[in-house]
Write a protein that binds this ligand. Structure first.
Ligand code: ZN
Length: 63
């Protein structure tokens, strides 16, 4: 199954290898994050994560 890279800061999937992969770091096109750590998951896992976070937001609004 195809795996996607996800930004740990903004959860965007618009991740590129920084400097063409030379530095071994990743670059997030959405928030500008640069680092060697990104989340790697399948599309199904990504969808679950996004939906889970939305569920948490709903719970918070009921406080
Ligand atoms: Zn980002």
């Amino acid at each position: 199954m195809r795996r996607i890279l996800v930004c740990p800061v903004c959860n965007s999937t618009e991740i590129e290898l920084d400097a063409g992969g030379y530095t071994g770091k990743y670059y997030c096109k959405k928030c500008g994050y640069v680092g060697s750590y990104v989340l790697e998951m399948t599309e199904g896992e990504y969808r679950e994560m996004i939906e889970g976070e939305e569920g948490e937001r709903h719970r918070d609004s009921h406080k």
